[in-house]
Design a protein around this ligand. Sequence first.
Ligand code: ISL
Length: 573
Amino acid sequence: PDPVPWWQEAVFYQIYPRSFADSDGDGIGDLRGIISRLDHLADLGVDCVWLSPIFDSPNQDMGYDVRDYRAVMEEMGTLEDLDELIRGCHERGMRIILDLVVNHTSDQHAWFQEALLDPDGPYGDYYFLERGDPKTPPNNWTSFFSGPAWRWFPEAGRWALHLFADGQMDLRWDNPDVRREVADIVGWWLERGIDGFRLDVINYISKPEGLPDGNAFVGALMGFVGVEHYFYGPRLGEFLRGLRRDGFTRDRPPASTPRRRLDDGSLGDPLPPDPVGVMVGETPGVGVQLGRLLSGGGRDQLDLIFNFDVLDTPGHTRWDDYVYDPEYLKRFYRTYLSELSPNDWIAVFLDNHDNPRMLSKLAGGAERDPAVRTAVGKLLATVQLTMRGTPFLYQGQELAAVNQGFEHIDQLRDVESVNRHAELLAEGVGPRALWRQILAGSRDHARVPMRWTREGGFGDAVAWLEGRDEAPGFSAAEQVPDPASVYAWHRDLIALRRHHRALTLGDLTWVRPEVKGYLAYERSLDGERFLIETNLSPKQRRRPKLTGRIVPVLGGPRESTMRPWEAIVSRID
Ligand code: ISL
Protein backbone atom coordinates (compact mmCIF):
# COMPACT_ATOMS: atom_id res chain seq x y z
CA PRO A 1 0.00 0.00 0.00
CA ASP A 2 1.06 3.57 -0.73
CA PRO A 3 2.32 5.09 2.52
CA VAL A 4 1.30 8.57 1.39
CA PRO A 5 -2.39 9.46 1.62
CA TRP A 6 -3.77 10.51 -1.75
CA TRP A 7 -4.69 14.00 -0.56
CA GLN A 8 -1.07 14.89 0.11
CA GLU A 9 -0.18 14.66 -3.58
CA ALA A 10 -3.50 15.86 -4.99
CA VAL A 11 -4.45 19.14 -6.62
CA PHE A 12 -7.88 20.20 -5.37
CA TYR A 13 -10.14 22.50 -7.34
CA GLN A 14 -12.99 24.39 -5.68
CA ILE A 15 -16.15 24.92 -7.71
CA TYR A 16 -18.74 27.52 -6.75
CA PRO A 17 -21.62 25.69 -8.44
CA ARG A 18 -23.91 28.68 -8.73
CA SER A 19 -21.32 30.34 -10.95
CA PHE A 20 -19.48 27.56 -12.69
CA ALA A 21 -21.58 26.48 -15.67
CA ASP A 22 -25.26 26.89 -16.49
CA SER A 23 -26.82 24.09 -18.55
CA ASP A 24 -30.41 25.30 -18.78
CA GLY A 25 -30.12 29.03 -19.36
CA ASP A 26 -31.73 30.23 -16.12
CA GLY A 27 -28.64 32.22 -15.17
CA ILE A 28 -27.79 29.89 -12.28
CA GLY A 29 -25.00 27.34 -12.52
CA ASP A 30 -26.06 23.73 -12.06
CA LEU A 31 -24.85 20.14 -11.79
CA ARG A 32 -25.37 19.33 -15.46
CA GLY A 33 -23.29 22.39 -16.24
CA ILE A 34 -20.48 20.99 -14.12
CA ILE A 35 -20.82 17.60 -15.81
CA SER A 36 -20.43 19.30 -19.20
CA ARG A 37 -17.14 20.86 -18.04
CA LEU A 38 -15.52 17.88 -16.35
CA ASP A 39 -13.07 17.53 -19.21
CA HIS A 40 -11.85 21.08 -18.57
CA LEU A 41 -10.88 19.96 -15.06
CA ALA A 42 -9.41 16.62 -16.11
CA ASP A 43 -7.34 18.32 -18.84
CA LEU A 44 -6.05 20.82 -16.31
CA GLY A 45 -4.92 17.88 -14.18
CA VAL A 46 -7.22 18.26 -11.19
CA ASP A 47 -7.25 15.31 -8.78
CA CYS A 48 -10.15 16.24 -6.55
CA VAL A 49 -13.09 18.55 -7.07
CA TRP A 50 -14.73 20.31 -4.12
CA LEU A 51 -18.24 21.65 -4.65
CA SER A 52 -19.40 24.55 -2.52
CA PRO A 53 -22.92 23.85 -1.16
CA ILE A 54 -25.47 22.21 -3.43
CA PHE A 55 -27.92 20.96 -0.80
CA ASP A 56 -31.47 22.26 -0.65
CA SER A 57 -31.38 25.76 0.81
CA PRO A 58 -33.34 29.02 0.87
CA ASN A 59 -30.00 30.63 -0.10
CA GLN A 60 -29.87 33.44 2.38
CA ASP A 61 -26.12 32.67 2.39
CA MET A 62 -25.95 30.87 -0.96
CA GLY A 63 -26.30 27.33 0.29
CA TYR A 64 -24.34 27.80 3.52
CA ASP A 65 -27.81 27.66 5.10
CA VAL A 66 -28.98 24.09 4.55
CA ARG A 67 -32.67 23.14 4.63
CA ASP A 68 -32.24 19.46 3.74
CA TYR A 69 -28.91 17.62 3.90
CA ARG A 70 -30.13 14.79 1.69
CA ALA A 71 -31.53 16.76 -1.24
CA VAL A 72 -30.06 18.82 -4.06
CA MET A 73 -31.06 22.46 -4.45
CA GLU A 74 -33.83 22.53 -7.05
CA GLU A 75 -32.20 25.07 -9.35
CA MET A 76 -29.00 23.00 -9.43
CA GLY A 77 -30.52 19.68 -10.41
CA THR A 78 -31.42 16.32 -8.89
CA LEU A 79 -29.83 13.53 -6.89
CA GLU A 80 -29.57 11.57 -10.13
CA ASP A 81 -27.57 14.42 -11.69
CA LEU A 82 -25.29 14.33 -8.70
CA ASP A 83 -24.81 10.56 -8.98
CA GLU A 84 -23.86 11.10 -12.61
CA LEU A 85 -21.47 13.88 -11.63
CA ILE A 86 -19.81 11.63 -9.04
CA ARG A 87 -19.42 8.88 -11.62
CA GLY A 88 -18.19 11.39 -14.19
CA CYS A 89 -15.41 12.48 -11.84
CA HIS A 90 -14.48 8.93 -10.91
CA GLU A 91 -14.37 7.80 -14.53
CA ARG A 92 -11.83 10.53 -15.23
CA GLY A 93 -9.69 9.53 -12.27
CA MET A 94 -10.81 12.47 -10.15
CA ARG A 95 -12.28 12.40 -6.66
CA ILE A 96 -15.10 14.65 -5.49
CA ILE A 97 -15.91 16.14 -2.10
CA LEU A 98 -18.90 18.21 -1.01
CA ASP A 99 -19.31 21.03 1.48
CA LEU A 100 -20.71 20.06 4.88
CA VAL A 101 -22.22 23.02 6.72
CA VAL A 102 -23.10 21.72 10.17
CA ASN A 103 -22.16 24.47 12.56
CA HIS A 104 -25.64 25.73 11.71
CA THR A 105 -28.71 24.89 9.66
CA SER A 106 -31.18 27.11 7.89
CA ASP A 107 -34.07 28.37 10.02
CA GLN A 108 -36.20 26.52 7.46
CA HIS A 109 -34.67 23.13 8.25
CA ALA A 110 -37.29 20.70 9.62
CA TRP A 111 -35.34 20.37 12.90
CA PHE A 112 -35.55 24.08 13.54
CA GLN A 113 -39.19 24.27 12.52
CA GLU A 114 -39.97 21.46 14.98
CA ALA A 115 -37.95 23.24 17.62
CA LEU A 116 -39.99 26.41 17.20
CA LEU A 117 -43.27 24.47 17.49
CA ASP A 118 -42.14 22.72 20.66
CA PRO A 119 -39.07 24.34 22.21
CA ASP A 120 -39.24 21.95 25.17
CA GLY A 121 -39.43 18.89 22.91
CA PRO A 122 -36.49 16.90 21.53
CA TYR A 123 -35.67 19.31 18.69
CA GLY A 124 -35.56 22.28 21.04
CA ASP A 125 -32.34 20.74 22.27
CA TYR A 126 -30.80 20.73 18.78
CA TYR A 127 -30.24 24.48 18.91
CA PHE A 128 -29.42 27.20 21.39
CA LEU A 129 -32.93 28.29 22.30
CA GLU A 130 -32.92 30.57 25.30
CA ARG A 131 -35.74 32.11 27.27
CA GLY A 132 -35.48 35.72 28.27
CA ASP A 133 -36.59 39.24 27.76
CA PRO A 134 -37.31 40.01 24.09
CA LYS A 135 -35.29 43.22 24.43
CA THR A 136 -32.13 41.72 25.93
CA PRO A 137 -30.24 38.94 24.10
CA PRO A 138 -28.78 36.16 26.29
CA ASN A 139 -25.23 37.42 25.83
CA ASN A 140 -23.23 40.07 23.98
CA TRP A 141 -21.95 37.92 21.09
CA THR A 142 -22.15 39.50 17.64
CA SER A 143 -22.84 37.93 14.27
CA PHE A 144 -20.23 37.82 11.50
CA PHE A 145 -22.83 39.29 9.22
CA SER A 146 -23.72 42.38 11.31
CA GLY A 147 -25.70 42.92 14.49
CA PRO A 148 -26.16 40.65 17.51
CA ALA A 149 -25.74 36.88 17.22
CA TRP A 150 -29.24 36.35 18.61
CA ARG A 151 -32.67 36.44 17.00
CA TRP A 152 -35.93 36.59 18.95
CA PHE A 153 -38.66 34.18 17.89
CA PRO A 154 -41.93 35.52 19.36
CA GLU A 155 -43.87 32.39 18.32
CA ALA A 156 -41.65 30.27 20.57
CA GLY A 157 -40.85 32.93 23.13
CA ARG A 158 -37.16 32.12 22.74
CA TRP A 159 -33.93 33.59 21.51
CA ALA A 160 -31.88 31.53 19.04
CA LEU A 161 -28.14 31.79 18.46
CA HIS A 162 -26.82 32.53 14.95
CA LEU A 163 -23.12 33.32 14.50
CA PHE A 164 -23.75 34.10 10.83
CA ALA A 165 -26.90 35.43 9.08
CA ASP A 166 -30.15 35.53 11.05
CA GLY A 167 -31.41 32.48 9.17
CA GLN A 168 -28.33 30.33 10.01
CA MET A 169 -29.17 28.81 13.38
CA ASP A 170 -26.28 27.32 15.37
CA LEU A 171 -26.59 23.63 16.22
CA ARG A 172 -25.96 22.46 19.77
CA TRP A 173 -23.28 19.80 19.32
CA ASP A 174 -23.32 18.99 23.04
CA ASN A 175 -26.52 17.11 22.24
CA PRO A 176 -25.53 13.54 21.22
CA ASP A 177 -28.56 13.39 18.89
CA VAL A 178 -27.11 16.24 16.83
CA ARG A 179 -23.78 14.43 16.56
CA ARG A 180 -25.53 11.22 15.51
CA GLU A 181 -27.60 13.03 12.86
CA VAL A 182 -24.46 14.61 11.37
CA ALA A 183 -22.58 11.31 11.35
CA ASP A 184 -25.55 9.66 9.61
CA ILE A 185 -25.60 12.38 6.94
CA VAL A 186 -21.88 11.88 6.29
CA GLY A 187 -22.26 8.10 6.04
CA TRP A 188 -25.22 8.44 3.68
CA TRP A 189 -23.18 10.60 1.30
CA LEU A 190 -20.04 8.48 1.47
CA GLU A 191 -22.12 5.51 0.45
CA ARG A 192 -23.39 7.49 -2.53
CA GLY A 193 -19.81 7.73 -3.67
CA ILE A 194 -18.38 11.05 -2.56
CA ASP A 195 -14.82 10.95 -1.28
CA GLY A 196 -15.13 13.24 1.71
CA PHE A 197 -16.18 16.71 2.79
CA ARG A 198 -14.88 20.19 3.32
CA LEU A 199 -16.24 21.11 6.74
CA ASP A 200 -17.54 24.65 7.03
CA VAL A 201 -16.34 26.68 10.08
CA ILE A 202 -15.86 23.35 11.80
CA ASN A 203 -13.74 24.80 14.59
CA TYR A 204 -16.77 26.80 15.82
CA ILE A 205 -18.97 23.81 16.73
CA SER A 206 -18.21 23.58 20.46
CA LYS A 207 -19.59 26.40 22.59
CA PRO A 208 -18.79 26.66 26.30
CA GLU A 209 -21.45 25.89 28.83
CA GLY A 210 -23.36 28.93 30.02
CA LEU A 211 -22.47 30.89 26.85
CA PRO A 212 -20.45 33.54 28.73
CA ASP A 213 -20.22 37.11 27.46
CA GLY A 214 -17.38 37.87 25.10
CA ASN A 215 -14.60 40.20 26.13
CA ALA A 216 -15.53 43.62 24.73
CA PHE A 217 -11.88 44.66 24.34
CA VAL A 218 -11.01 41.57 22.28
CA GLY A 219 -14.25 42.11 20.39
CA ALA A 220 -13.30 45.66 19.49
CA LEU A 221 -9.91 44.47 18.23
CA MET A 222 -11.34 41.66 16.14
CA GLY A 223 -14.56 43.34 15.06
CA PHE A 224 -16.66 40.47 16.48
CA VAL A 225 -17.60 39.83 20.11
CA GLY A 226 -17.47 36.33 21.60
CA VAL A 227 -15.13 34.57 19.17
CA GLU A 228 -12.61 33.66 21.88
CA HIS A 229 -15.25 31.39 23.44
CA TYR A 230 -15.93 29.17 20.45
CA PHE A 231 -13.12 29.39 17.85
CA TYR A 232 -11.49 26.46 19.64
CA GLY A 233 -14.21 25.34 22.04
CA PRO A 234 -13.80 22.96 24.98
CA ARG A 235 -15.12 19.82 23.25
CA LEU A 236 -13.85 20.47 19.72
CA GLY A 237 -11.33 17.60 19.63
CA GLU A 238 -13.81 15.13 21.07
CA PHE A 239 -16.49 16.12 18.53
CA LEU A 240 -14.10 15.82 15.59
CA ARG A 241 -12.78 12.44 16.65
CA GLY A 242 -16.36 11.23 17.08
CA LEU A 243 -17.33 12.52 13.66
CA ARG A 244 -14.34 10.81 12.08
CA ARG A 245 -15.15 7.52 13.75
CA ASP A 246 -18.95 7.51 13.37
CA GLY A 247 -19.34 9.38 10.09
CA PHE A 248 -16.21 9.38 7.96
CA THR A 249 -15.02 5.84 8.61
CA ARG A 250 -16.67 3.70 5.97
CA ASP A 251 -18.83 0.82 7.05
CA ARG A 252 -20.51 0.29 3.68
CA PRO A 253 -18.98 0.23 0.19
CA PRO A 254 -19.47 3.33 -1.97
CA ALA A 255 -21.51 3.35 -5.17
CA SER A 256 -18.32 4.06 -7.13
CA THR A 257 -14.64 4.83 -6.66
CA PRO A 258 -12.19 6.78 -8.83
CA ARG A 259 -10.20 5.00 -11.49
CA ARG A 260 -6.48 4.82 -10.91
CA ARG A 261 -4.40 7.30 -12.89
CA LEU A 262 -1.39 5.59 -14.44
CA ASP A 263 2.00 7.21 -14.94
CA ASP A 264 1.54 7.52 -18.71
CA GLY A 265 -1.62 9.56 -18.11
CA SER A 266 -4.06 6.77 -18.97
CA LEU A 267 -6.64 5.39 -16.57
CA GLY A 268 -6.66 2.00 -14.89
CA ASP A 269 -9.24 0.06 -12.90
CA PRO A 270 -11.30 1.63 -10.10
CA LEU A 271 -9.34 2.02 -6.87
CA PRO A 272 -10.42 0.26 -3.69
CA PRO A 273 -12.49 2.61 -1.48
CA ASP A 274 -10.60 4.87 0.91
CA PRO A 275 -11.24 3.50 4.41
CA VAL A 276 -11.92 7.02 5.72
CA GLY A 277 -13.38 9.93 3.74
CA VAL A 278 -11.13 12.97 3.61
CA MET A 279 -11.87 15.71 6.19
CA VAL A 280 -10.86 19.16 5.04
CA GLY A 281 -11.55 21.66 7.79
CA GLU A 282 -12.33 25.31 7.30
CA THR A 283 -10.88 26.71 10.50
CA PRO A 284 -10.88 30.52 10.61
CA GLY A 285 -8.86 32.12 13.38
CA VAL A 286 -6.90 28.99 14.26
CA GLY A 287 -3.19 29.77 14.20
CA VAL A 288 -0.41 27.39 13.24
CA GLN A 289 0.00 25.73 16.62
CA LEU A 290 -3.69 25.08 17.30
CA GLY A 291 -3.98 24.03 13.67
CA ARG A 292 -1.35 21.38 14.27
CA LEU A 293 -3.46 19.98 17.10
CA LEU A 294 -6.42 19.70 14.72
CA SER A 295 -4.67 18.29 11.67
CA GLY A 296 -1.33 16.96 12.78
CA GLY A 297 -0.45 13.40 11.80
CA GLY A 298 -2.05 10.63 13.85
CA ARG A 299 -4.32 12.85 15.90
CA ASP A 300 -7.50 11.50 14.35
CA GLN A 301 -9.23 14.80 13.85
CA LEU A 302 -8.95 16.62 10.51
CA ASP A 303 -6.77 15.79 7.51
CA LEU A 304 -6.18 19.26 6.09
CA ILE A 305 -6.98 22.75 7.27
CA PHE A 306 -6.79 26.21 5.76
CA ASN A 307 -4.79 28.95 7.42
CA PHE A 308 -6.35 32.29 6.58
CA ASP A 309 -3.40 34.42 7.64
CA VAL A 310 -2.11 34.38 4.07
CA LEU A 311 -5.04 36.45 2.83
CA ASP A 312 -4.14 39.91 4.08
CA THR A 313 -0.96 41.76 4.89
CA PRO A 314 -0.88 42.15 8.72
CA GLY A 315 -2.47 45.37 9.86
CA HIS A 316 -5.11 45.13 7.18
CA THR A 317 -8.47 43.46 6.88
CA ARG A 318 -10.28 42.34 3.78
CA TRP A 319 -12.33 45.58 3.86
CA ASP A 320 -9.29 47.87 3.52
CA ASP A 321 -8.52 49.27 0.11
CA TYR A 322 -4.77 48.55 0.01
CA VAL A 323 -2.12 46.82 -2.05
CA TYR A 324 -0.92 43.46 -0.65
CA ASP A 325 2.73 43.51 0.41
CA PRO A 326 4.44 40.79 -1.67
CA GLU A 327 7.20 40.45 0.96
CA TYR A 328 4.51 39.22 3.31
CA LEU A 329 3.69 36.30 1.05
CA LYS A 330 7.25 35.13 1.51
CA ARG A 331 7.21 35.86 5.25
CA PHE A 332 3.94 33.98 5.65
CA TYR A 333 5.22 30.74 4.13
CA ARG A 334 8.60 30.98 5.81
CA THR A 335 7.10 31.47 9.26
CA TYR A 336 4.36 28.96 8.71
CA LEU A 337 6.58 26.17 7.44
CA SER A 338 9.19 26.82 10.12
CA GLU A 339 6.57 26.07 12.78
CA LEU A 340 5.49 22.77 11.25
CA SER A 341 7.07 19.40 11.85
CA PRO A 342 7.86 17.02 8.96
CA ASN A 343 4.65 15.13 9.81
CA ASP A 344 2.39 18.13 9.42
CA TRP A 345 0.71 18.80 6.15
CA ILE A 346 -1.20 21.94 5.13
CA ALA A 347 -3.67 23.16 2.54
CA VAL A 348 -2.20 25.87 0.31
CA PHE A 349 -4.73 28.32 -1.05
CA LEU A 350 -4.82 31.91 -2.27
CA ASP A 351 -8.38 32.37 -3.52
CA ASN A 352 -11.78 31.09 -2.46
CA HIS A 353 -15.43 32.14 -2.58
CA ASP A 354 -15.08 34.33 0.52
CA ASN A 355 -12.38 36.67 -0.68
CA PRO A 356 -11.44 39.10 -3.41
CA ARG A 357 -8.91 37.75 -5.89
CA MET A 358 -5.29 37.54 -4.68
CA LEU A 359 -4.09 38.49 -8.16
CA SER A 360 -5.82 41.88 -7.84
CA LYS A 361 -4.69 42.41 -4.27
CA LEU A 362 -1.07 41.82 -5.25
CA ALA A 363 -1.10 43.75 -8.52
CA GLY A 364 -3.09 46.58 -6.94
CA GLY A 365 -4.78 47.74 -10.15
CA ALA A 366 -1.76 47.17 -12.43
CA GLU A 367 -3.45 43.96 -13.60
CA ARG A 368 -5.40 46.10 -16.05
CA ASP A 369 -2.26 45.66 -18.16
CA PRO A 370 -2.64 42.15 -19.63
CA ALA A 371 1.11 41.49 -19.38
CA VAL A 372 1.05 42.20 -15.65
CA ARG A 373 -2.09 40.13 -15.21
CA THR A 374 -0.45 37.19 -16.96
CA ALA A 375 2.81 37.50 -15.06
CA VAL A 376 1.18 37.77 -11.63
CA GLY A 377 -1.21 34.93 -12.47
CA LYS A 378 1.73 32.70 -13.35
CA LEU A 379 3.73 33.73 -10.31
CA LEU A 380 0.89 32.89 -7.92
CA ALA A 381 0.30 29.55 -9.64
CA THR A 382 3.98 28.74 -9.35
CA VAL A 383 4.12 29.41 -5.63
CA GLN A 384 0.85 27.64 -4.93
CA LEU A 385 1.63 24.55 -6.98
CA THR A 386 5.21 24.05 -5.77
CA MET A 387 4.86 25.05 -2.12
CA ARG A 388 4.94 22.31 0.50
CA GLY A 389 1.31 21.26 1.10
CA THR A 390 -1.80 20.46 -0.88
CA PRO A 391 -2.90 23.17 -3.33
CA PHE A 392 -6.55 24.17 -3.46
CA LEU A 393 -7.26 26.11 -6.64
CA TYR A 394 -10.44 28.13 -6.84
CA GLN A 395 -12.39 28.30 -10.09
CA GLY A 396 -11.08 31.00 -12.41
CA GLN A 397 -7.53 31.09 -11.02
CA GLU A 398 -6.45 29.14 -14.09
CA LEU A 399 -7.88 31.97 -16.21
CA ALA A 400 -6.19 34.72 -14.17
CA ALA A 401 -9.57 35.90 -12.88
CA VAL A 402 -9.46 39.33 -11.24
CA ASN A 403 -11.73 41.54 -9.14
CA GLN A 404 -14.83 42.92 -10.81
CA GLY A 405 -15.68 46.52 -11.67
CA PHE A 406 -18.81 46.69 -9.52
CA GLU A 407 -20.26 50.19 -9.33
CA HIS A 408 -23.26 49.96 -7.08
CA ILE A 409 -24.61 47.89 -4.20
CA ASP A 410 -27.55 46.81 -6.39
CA GLN A 411 -25.04 44.82 -8.45
CA LEU A 412 -24.01 42.71 -5.43
CA ARG A 413 -25.85 39.68 -4.05
CA ASP A 414 -23.89 38.57 -1.00
CA VAL A 415 -25.72 38.85 2.35
CA GLU A 416 -22.48 39.90 4.04
CA SER A 417 -21.90 42.84 1.65
CA VAL A 418 -25.54 43.88 1.69
CA ASN A 419 -25.77 43.81 5.50
CA ARG A 420 -22.47 45.59 5.92
CA HIS A 421 -23.50 48.26 3.45
CA ALA A 422 -26.73 48.90 5.38
CA GLU A 423 -24.87 48.92 8.68
CA LEU A 424 -22.24 51.44 7.55
CA LEU A 425 -24.93 53.60 5.99
CA ALA A 426 -26.81 53.64 9.30
CA GLU A 427 -23.57 54.60 11.07
CA GLY A 428 -23.37 57.64 8.81
CA VAL A 429 -20.26 56.61 6.85
CA GLY A 430 -20.04 58.78 3.71
CA PRO A 431 -20.91 57.21 0.36
CA ARG A 432 -17.39 57.20 -1.07
CA ALA A 433 -15.66 55.74 1.96
CA LEU A 434 -18.47 53.24 2.27
CA TRP A 435 -18.21 52.03 -1.31
CA ARG A 436 -14.42 51.85 -1.11
CA GLN A 437 -14.77 49.35 1.76
CA ILE A 438 -17.45 47.26 0.11
CA LEU A 439 -15.59 47.17 -3.19
CA ALA A 440 -12.34 46.18 -1.45
CA GLY A 441 -13.84 43.33 0.54
CA SER A 442 -16.93 41.98 -1.16
CA ARG A 443 -17.06 38.22 -1.56
CA ASP A 444 -18.93 38.70 -4.83
CA HIS A 445 -15.67 39.45 -6.73
CA ALA A 446 -14.94 35.74 -6.71
CA ARG A 447 -18.54 34.61 -7.16
CA VAL A 448 -19.30 35.89 -10.67
CA PRO A 449 -19.77 33.36 -13.48
CA MET A 450 -16.70 31.55 -14.74
CA ARG A 451 -15.60 33.20 -18.00
CA TRP A 452 -15.94 30.35 -20.47
CA THR A 453 -16.09 32.74 -23.42
CA ARG A 454 -14.99 36.29 -23.95
CA GLU A 455 -18.59 37.50 -23.59
CA GLY A 456 -18.91 35.92 -20.18
CA GLY A 457 -19.91 32.70 -18.54
CA PHE A 458 -23.56 32.02 -19.02
CA GLY A 459 -24.24 32.84 -22.68
CA ASP A 460 -27.32 34.93 -23.28
CA ALA A 461 -28.85 34.30 -19.87
CA VAL A 462 -28.89 37.06 -17.28
CA ALA A 463 -26.67 35.62 -14.57
CA TRP A 464 -27.79 35.71 -10.92
CA LEU A 465 -24.68 37.85 -10.37
CA GLU A 466 -23.21 39.55 -13.40
CA GLY A 467 -19.47 39.48 -14.04
CA ARG A 468 -17.84 42.83 -14.75
CA ASP A 469 -14.53 42.01 -16.36
CA GLU A 470 -14.46 42.62 -20.09
CA ALA A 471 -10.69 42.44 -20.66
CA PRO A 472 -10.03 40.36 -23.78
CA GLY A 473 -7.77 37.35 -23.58
CA PHE A 474 -8.76 35.91 -20.23
CA SER A 475 -11.65 33.59 -21.00
CA ALA A 476 -11.31 29.81 -21.22
CA ALA A 477 -11.97 29.96 -24.96
CA GLU A 478 -8.92 32.22 -25.40
CA GLN A 479 -6.66 30.78 -22.70
CA VAL A 480 -6.98 27.04 -23.27
CA PRO A 481 -5.56 26.91 -26.82
CA ASP A 482 -2.77 29.41 -26.09
CA PRO A 483 0.48 27.72 -24.94
CA ALA A 484 1.68 30.96 -23.33
CA SER A 485 -1.47 31.48 -21.27
CA VAL A 486 -1.97 31.39 -17.53
CA TYR A 487 -4.16 28.32 -18.09
CA ALA A 488 -1.34 26.50 -19.92
CA TRP A 489 1.03 27.45 -17.12
CA HIS A 490 -1.26 25.82 -14.54
CA ARG A 491 -1.69 22.70 -16.70
CA ASP A 492 2.06 22.36 -17.31
CA LEU A 493 2.94 22.87 -13.66
CA ILE A 494 0.40 20.29 -12.55
CA ALA A 495 1.79 17.82 -15.08
CA LEU A 496 5.30 18.52 -13.81
CA ARG A 497 4.15 17.83 -10.23
CA ARG A 498 2.64 14.56 -11.31
CA HIS A 499 5.92 13.35 -12.78
CA HIS A 500 8.27 14.61 -10.10
CA ARG A 501 7.48 13.79 -6.52
CA ALA A 502 10.20 16.19 -5.39
CA LEU A 503 7.68 18.93 -6.18
CA THR A 504 4.95 17.44 -4.03
CA LEU A 505 6.54 15.42 -1.27
CA GLY A 506 10.10 16.75 -1.39
CA ASP A 507 11.85 18.74 1.31
CA LEU A 508 11.70 22.50 0.98
CA THR A 509 14.83 24.60 1.53
CA TRP A 510 14.75 28.38 1.25
CA VAL A 511 17.24 29.93 -1.16
CA ARG A 512 18.74 33.33 -0.37
CA PRO A 513 15.73 34.34 1.74
CA GLU A 514 17.49 37.53 2.83
CA VAL A 515 17.23 39.00 -0.69
CA LYS A 516 14.23 41.30 -0.72
CA GLY A 517 11.72 40.62 -3.47
CA TYR A 518 13.29 37.26 -4.31
CA LEU A 519 11.12 34.33 -3.27
CA ALA A 520 13.08 31.19 -4.02
CA TYR A 521 13.31 27.65 -2.68
CA GLU A 522 14.51 24.23 -3.56
CA ARG A 523 12.36 21.10 -3.49
CA SER A 524 14.28 17.86 -3.36
CA LEU A 525 13.64 14.16 -3.00
CA ASP A 526 15.81 11.09 -3.62
CA GLY A 527 18.52 13.09 -5.35
CA GLU A 528 16.13 14.96 -7.62
CA ARG A 529 16.26 18.76 -7.13
CA PHE A 530 14.10 21.62 -8.37
CA LEU A 531 14.68 25.33 -7.96
CA ILE A 532 11.68 27.67 -7.85
CA GLU A 533 12.48 31.37 -8.28
CA THR A 534 10.15 34.35 -8.39
CA ASN A 535 10.58 38.09 -8.60
CA LEU A 536 8.03 39.38 -6.15
CA SER A 537 8.00 42.86 -7.60
CA PRO A 538 6.82 44.87 -10.58
CA LYS A 539 10.44 45.91 -11.30
CA GLN A 540 13.21 44.27 -13.26
CA ARG A 541 15.99 43.25 -10.87
CA ARG A 542 19.28 41.41 -10.70
CA ARG A 543 19.12 37.68 -10.15
CA PRO A 544 21.11 36.51 -7.14
CA LYS A 545 24.05 34.33 -8.19
CA LEU A 546 23.64 30.67 -7.37
CA THR A 547 25.99 27.77 -7.90
CA GLY A 548 25.22 24.52 -9.69
CA ARG A 549 23.98 23.59 -13.12
CA ILE A 550 20.52 25.16 -13.30
CA VAL A 551 18.34 24.18 -16.24
CA PRO A 552 14.98 25.94 -16.61
CA VAL A 553 12.06 23.61 -17.25
CA LEU A 554 9.25 26.15 -17.09
CA GLY A 555 9.36 29.88 -17.71
CA GLY A 556 12.87 30.36 -19.09
CA PRO A 557 15.18 31.72 -20.36
CA ARG A 558 16.96 32.26 -17.09
CA GLU A 559 18.96 35.46 -17.48
CA SER A 560 21.07 37.60 -15.18
CA THR A 561 18.16 39.96 -14.64
CA MET A 562 14.69 38.90 -13.64
CA ARG A 563 11.66 40.27 -15.45
CA PRO A 564 8.87 41.95 -13.43
CA TRP A 565 6.90 39.27 -11.51
CA GLU A 566 8.97 36.57 -13.19
CA ALA A 567 8.55 32.96 -12.13
CA ILE A 568 10.86 30.13 -13.23
CA VAL A 569 11.03 26.47 -12.32
CA SER A 570 14.42 24.87 -12.99
CA ARG A 571 16.09 21.55 -12.47
CA ILE A 572 19.35 21.48 -10.56
CA ASP A 573 21.57 18.83 -12.11
O1 ISL B 1 -14.66 35.89 10.26
C1 ISL B 1 -15.25 35.77 9.23
C2 ISL B 1 -16.36 36.66 8.80
O2 ISL B 1 -15.85 37.90 8.34
C3 ISL B 1 -14.90 34.69 8.29
O3 ISL B 1 -13.63 34.21 8.51
C4 ISL B 1 -15.89 33.57 8.38
O4 ISL B 1 -15.76 32.91 9.58
C5 ISL B 1 -15.64 32.63 7.28
O5 ISL B 1 -15.79 33.38 6.14
C6 ISL B 1 -16.60 31.45 7.33
O6 ISL B 1 -16.95 31.07 6.04
C7 ISL B 1 -17.75 29.97 5.82
O7 ISL B 1 -18.94 29.95 6.58
C8 ISL B 1 -19.87 30.99 6.33
C9 ISL B 1 -20.15 31.16 4.84
O8 ISL B 1 -20.83 32.37 4.63
C10 ISL B 1 -18.88 31.17 4.02
O9 ISL B 1 -19.17 31.26 2.65
C11 ISL B 1 -18.13 29.92 4.36
O10 ISL B 1 -16.99 29.73 3.58
C12 ISL B 1 -21.12 30.62 7.05
O11 ISL B 1 -21.53 29.34 6.71
